[in-house]
Design a protein around this ligand. Structure first.
Ligand code: 7PJ
Length: 367
């Protein structure tokens, strides 16, 4: 059954009050509710109700949400409210109470921003180690470019690209390693050689074996929303309300994963910037990020160097999109997003560290 009510936390602030963490409903309401295990709290919610093609949005401060005219809506969405403020479990040992960085390692000759620079094992491992040194918490190894318009890669070729990199890297770093793939066999082999996380831009829908194999590995999975296949997905994407349709998709995929034996504690959700989305869709999703905490799992944002930045600012060269990428990371940080998938690790780390210290009003860094 589709939802008709959604909650988007708003009035998000860094809660510096000594009362934070005191387990008392009244105190929490006064100071705001904690947001998804982050140091942020939210003071209000946008209540979104949709009937067919119409979404209605009303902002209600937390105290009022539980009284008067809103009590019925607040009750209907009480599962969402609980999900919004519950702390998140660690991801493969990594705490998510501060922004974490996932560095992109493309092992593809046609990779749009690396231009094949890391298209061999040695170079890819060296690149990954450099990202680790720059402060990446997770290294994301991908051998199939899924950028808009790209062709699929054969299984043998994808295995040849990514497995030696994961294997080589495993002996050289303690950082978490994720594998960016839609193929069950790549997942299985990557797990065997030491991958920690599975990252699938099709949310385990592309390969009919993926759901079962992912569950079998016991590894955490990152589920991303996409509409359509990479080859054609941006031709004519259709949504009723993109922000809510993406929520519905992710919520349903989480349920399907749980039914297949992947516990919710091992699931990460990603709204999939640029995957079957036009500019208007992408910016709507950026503005709606905090709503996805209602899924009850940590969030991942991948906006690094994406075309959205070119469309907004006329920067055709992917490497020239670093400032826009940092802006996306900061918007995500403000919304409590826990993980950022980026090309430019050093730059992102710098931006997030300054953001975090300046919000907290203390010198505590990201490390
Ligand atoms: C994403 C990804 C993303 C996740 C790619 C590119 C295209 N995985 N893999 N999220 N994007 N989870 O980097 O531009 O946004 S490949």
């Amino acid at each position: 059954m589709k939802r008709s009510i959604y909650l988007q936390p708003t009035g998000i602030f860094w809660d510096r009050s000594p009362a934070r963490g005191v387990d008392e409903a009244e105190t929490h309401t006064w100071h705001g509710l904690p947001l998804a295990g982050t140091p942020l709290s939210f003071a209000a919610v946008d209540i979104l109700t949709r009937t067919r093609a119409v979404t209605k949005r009303t902002t209600v401060v937390l105290g009022d949400a539980f009284s008067g005219d809103w009590s019925r809506d607040a009750l209907a969405a009480s599962d969402l409210l609980a999900a919004l403020s519950a702390p998140r479990p660690r991801l493969a040992g990594l705490s998510l109470d501060r922004p974490r960085i996932m560095g992109i390692v493309n092992v593809t000759p046609d990779s749009f921003s690396d231009g094949g620079l890391h298209a061999n094992t040695t170079a890819a491992i060296a690149h990954a180690l450099r990202l680790a040194e720059q402060g990446a918490d997770i290294l994301d190894i991908g051998g199939e470019s899924t950028r808009p318009g790209s062709d699929a890669v054969a299984l043998d070729e994808e295995l040849r690209r990514v497995i030696p990199v994961i294997e080589g890297l495993r002996g050289k770093t303690d950082k978490l390693i994720s594998v960016d793939t839609r193929k069950a066999e790549v997942m299985r082999r990557a797990a065997q050689v030491g991958a920690d996380i599975l990252n699938d831009v099709s949310a385990l829908t592309h390969d009919p074996d993926a759901l079962h194999v992912a569950a079998e590995t016991g590894l955490p999975v990152m589920l991303m929303h996409a509409q359509g296949d990479p080859k054609t997905m941006n031709d004519d994407p259709q949504y009723t309300d993109v922000v809510l349709d993406v929520f519905d998709f992710l919520e349903s995929r989480i349920q399907i994963c749980e039914a297949a034996g992947i516990p919710k504690a091992k699931i990460i959700a990603d709204p999939g910037i640029g995957f079957g989305k036009h500019l208007a869709h992408n910016v709507a999703v950026m503005a709606g990020l905090s709503l996805y905490h209602g899924l009850g799992v940590p969030l991942l944002l991948g906006a690094s160097r994406k075309k959205m930045i070119d469309q907004l600012c006329d920067v055709p060269g992917a490497k020239d999109r670093v400032p826009g990428s940092l802006a996306c990371a900061l918007v995500g940080a403000e919304a409590g997003v826990q993980i950022f998938r980026v090309h430019d690790v050093a730059e992102t780390k710098q931006a997030l560290e300054v953001w975090r210290a300046s919000k907290a009003g203390t010198e505590a860094g990201l490390a």
